[in-house]
Structures are given as C-alpha cells and as structure tokens.
Design a protein around this ligand. Structure first.
Ligand code: NDP
Length: 492
C-alpha cells in the first residue's frame, strides 16, 4: 500500500502478487462519502486481469499444495486468518469508514463478525462428510463432497468486509479457490484482507482480489469458462442479468439480492421493545441493509401509540461524522444513493403519505458536503405505493396500519421480495402460525435482526436463491460425487 497526495493507492491481488496497473491503464477512484473527497484509488481491472486471476486460481486448485492439504490444515489456516483479522480490526474498520461511510462502531462490529465467520468455517473444514447408501446388497455405495472448483465472488458496497467473509470463508473451507470482485465503490477492505490472507499462509493463487467495474471485470468473471460457481450479493436486476450470462457455461449461481422486509407489530407485543428494534432496523447503517425492516405494519388498535414510540426511539439516533464515536448513523455510501433516497421522499409526498419526521438532509454546516440524510418516517402508507413496494436502500420507512392477522399476512407477502420478515407478539400460536405463513427466507420473532454465522440466510422470490451461512452453505460450495463399488464375490 502507498499513498501520494493523501490518496491511498492499491493494486489488484493476483497469484500472490500486487498488480499496480491494469491493461487499460485506468484507475477507479473511491470517494469518502463523509466529505465527498477522493481518498483511494485502485486499477480499473478488466477481462485480462480477471483471466489472469482465474488461471492462477485454477492452477492453485489443481497443482498447488492447496489441493493436497488435509482439511484440518486448511481449517487451521483459516483459524489463523481469523486471528489476524481480529488483530488488524481497527485498520480494516478505518478503511471501511472511508470507503463505505459506515460508522466506526458498525465497521468494527462488521470486522469482528467477519473474524467470527472465518472461525466458524475454520472449524467446519474437516467436518464436510459424505454418506454410505444401502442401495443394493452387493454394492458398496457412498457419496463424497468435493470442492466445486474456482469460485467467483461478486460483492456489494454496503457491508464489504462482512460479505467478503460470507463468501470467502465457506468457499476456502470446502477446498475451493476464489476470485473476488469487490464493488467499485468499496474495493479497499477486500484488498487489505487479501494481504492478511498471505500472512496467514494461504498459498498464492488460492485467493485473488480484482477490483473493477461490474459490467467489465464482474461480467468477465461470470462468463469465464474456468469459473465453476458465482456467489453474488447485490441488486436483483443485476442477478437476473448474471443468471443469463452464467447460463452459457451452466455454472452454479447463488444470489443474495435485496429485500423489502415486513416488520409486523401485533397489538399484544412489547411495544417499547418493538419500537426500538423497528427504529434501529429501519435506520441503522443509514438504511443501507438488505434486511432493513422498512415496511412497518402496525395493528390499528396500537397504531398511534406505536408511531409515538417510534418517533421517540428515532429521536435518539444521531446522524453525523462516521468517525465520531457518538454517531449512530453516517452518510449514504455515494451521491447516487443519496439522490435515490431523497427521490423516494418526493415519491412518498406525491403518494400523499404523511411525513412524521426527517425527509431531508441534516442542517449542520459540518455535514453539508457529505451524503447525509435524516432518518425518515412516513405514516398511513398504502401497501400498493412505491414507498411500500420498492427497495429504497436508505433510511426511509413506511408505517402501514392493519386490522388483523389475515390482512397483514396477505399484505406482507404482497411484494416481489422475500428475504427477511420481523414479527412482534407475545402469543406463541400467533408467532408460529404467522412464521409459517410469511414468505421469506428468515422469520425473526421478538428480535430483529437475527443474523448469525450458524444460521442459513437467503431469499425467496426476487430476493434470490441459494443460502449463505450455517451448514446449508456448504451445499453451495461442494458437489456430491457418488461412488459405487460392486463387491459381489466372483467365486460364488
Ligand atoms: P449491484 O447489483 O449494483 O452490484 C453488486 C455487485 O455486482 C457489484 O460488485 C457490481 O459491480 C457487480 N455488477 C454490476 N453489474 C454486473 C455485471 N453485469 N456482471 C457482473 N457483476 C456486476 O448492487 P449494489 O452494489 O448496488 O448493492 C446493493 C444491493 O445489494 C441492494 O439491492 C441490496 O439489497 C443488495 N444486498 C443484498 C444482500 C443480501 O444478503 N441479500 C446484502 C447486501 C446487499 P459495480 O460495483 O461496479 O457496480
């Protein structure tokens, strides 16, 4: 790493080497969303660099010690990696603040979580087992789980370190090699993590990080015939396009796309607790989370009381400089995201929803150059409005009143997404009945969010397919081989 004129410059990481320039000679600049200034730049890598990285990953898969390593040794390496990530937590977190605009507290939490993800999958590396199958008396039949091959990971900008760990940890634990394409807005943490991987003893070529644009580097990775699987997190329209490109080589694809989560408050819920969770889940991380609880369904009998509680909870949220330890919410990650978020405020006004608070940039002169927006709540929002149906990816939430259980289930499911859903009730029957009826990959009752390395996570409908985390993700990164040996005695 080196810097000139205060701009940090990093190369691509291919086959254990730092590649300072791409073939096209261009660079991608990363803007600090807290002040709008360029703080880092990386090579604008394209098809040539992706090909070099994939060839390196393919060689590492077939010809390096990686493929001959005992699974327990692979696990030990990943465990060491997790320890080194923890040791360099502040450095990675600082990069995340400048790149993505996460608050220092959120960035430190993410780096700590990434280390925990590597720890979990380090432990899993030597527990990926097959089965014996009693198909016929004379057959010794068994299955074994093999790595799929070279994995391509395409990351979003909203939680770069965490999303890196969600893909790299299970992929390497299963014995694959990987090429990571971070988002153009946030390339630095993945490059730092690549440097740490080398220190942890992960051999050259096993892990490669190639920064570049989605439609060049990303697409070249998806199209590459030597890539066996793409693990993608991002927008569903990008996933739809990627699925078409991946079809030509019939490669595996898992995609974690957006969400528009219903967060349902039944009248019997612990309302103050639910209000705190609803405010924090709608506004935390400046609303830039796929699990955002941005459709807050409130039962009519407690509607007014709950909106009051929400306003009180939101009032305590401090928007400001992400480096200030008192800040709860930093800026939007880019000017484009800020414009998109503010456009939904206009849309909600046009749709005649009632603004309760927020709806604009903060007044403080110190925040004027950053991409900040205040936590924003609209009340009496119709479920068929754009605010209730479309993913804003900013801190703009909608309160939608409802009469009873049947109505809310129908309304909550009436959306193109299905990633997560939240429910607050003290009634056990309601909890399980509604848990079954809600269409989402995860249902969180009396807690929101509830993400954990051991719990499968992923969507239904346009939120995508495939699962991350837990034992379930190992299906995505291994393929099952069936072996049959005829043990019939020829002499009988
Ligand atoms: P995008 O879909 O725009 O981008 C995601 C990644 O795909 C980026 O690295 C992007 O590159 C790349 N990409 C873009 N076009 C192509 C292409 N043609 N071929 C290959 N790769 C491509 O999403 P965002 O980065 O804007 O992330 C926000 C979205 O991600 C939100 O919708 C959010 O809900 C979702 N998300 C989902 C999560 C989940 O777990 N389900 C978690 C986090 C976010 P580039 O950076 O150059 O655009």
């Amino acid at each position: 790493m080196h810097s000139s004129d205060d701009v940090l410059t990093r190369g691509a990481f291919i086959d254990g080497e730092w590649i300072a320039r791409s073939e096209n000679g261009g660079f991608i600049e990363s803007v600090n969303p807290a002040n709008g200034r360029v703080w880092a730049k990386v090579p604008d890598s394209g098809a040539a660099e992706i090909d070099a990285a994939v060839q390196a990953a393919d060689r590492a898969l077939h010809h390096s010690n990686w493929s001959r390593l005992a699974a327990s040794e692979r696990g030990a390496m990943l465990y060491r990696y997790s320890q080194l990530i923890t040791e360099r937590r502040d450095e990675i977190a600082a990069a995340e603040v400048s790149d993505a605009g996460l608050t220092l507290a959120d960035a430190r939490t993410d780096v700590g979580a990434a280390a925990a993800w590597f720890r979990y999958f380090a432990g899993l590396a030597d527990k990926i087992e097959g089965t014996t199958v009693p198909a016929k008396p004379d057959w010794h039949a068994y299955t074994m789980r093999e790595p799929v091959g070279v994995v391509g990971a395409i990351l979003p900008w909203n939680a770069p370190t965490l999303m890196y760990s969600w893909k790299v940890a299970p992929a390497l634990a299963a014995g694959n090699t990987i090429v990571v394409k971070p988002a153009e807005l946030t390339p630095i943490s993945a490059l730092l993590l690549a440097e740490i991987a080398l220190e942890a003893g992960i051999p050259p070529g096993v892990l490669n990080v190639v920064p570049g644009y989605g439609n060049t580097a990303g697409e070249a990775l998806v199209a590459h015939p030597k890539v066996a699987k793409i693990a993608f997190t991002g927008e569903h329209r990008t996933a739809q396009h990627i699925a078409k490109v991946a079809a030509d080589t019939l490669k595996r694809l898992s995609c974690e796309c957006g969400g528009k989560a219903p967060h349902i408050i039944m009248a019997d819920a612990n309302l103050p607790k639910a209000a705190n969770a609803a405010a924090s889940s709608a506004f935390r991380r400046a609303g830039q989370s796929c699990a955002l609880g941005s459709r807050i369904f409130v039962q009519e009998t407690v509607h007014a009381e709950f909106v009051d509680l929400l306003a009180q909870a939101a009032e305590k949220i401090r928007v400001g400089d992400p480096l200030d330890p008192d800040t709860d919410v930093g800026p939007q990650a880019s000017q484009a995201q800020l414009s998109k978020t503010l456009s939904y405020v206009d849309i909600a006004h046009e749709e005649k929803s009632d603004l309760v608070f927020g709806g604009r940039k903060p007044d403080e002169p110190a925040l004027a150059d950053g991409f900040y927006v205040l936590p924003t709540l609209f009340d009496n929002v119709g479920n068929d409005t754009r605010l209730a149906q479309e993913e804003v990816f900013g801190p703009v939430a909608a309160v939608i009143p409802f009469a009873g259980e049947k109505d809310v289930i129908e309304a909550a499911n009436n959306v193109i997404y299905g990633l997560t859903a939240g429910l607050w009730t003290r009634d056990l029957g309601t909890a399980h009945r509604m848990g079954r009826a809600l269409k989402a990959g995860s249902i969180w009752t009396n807690v929101y969010p509830a993400v954990h390395w051991s719990l499968p996570y992923g969507g239904v409908k346009l939120s995508g397919y495939g699962r991350e985390n837990g034992l379930a993700v190992m299906n995505e990164y291994t393929s099952t081989k069936t072996v049959v040996v005829n043990i019939e005695d020829d002499d009988e």
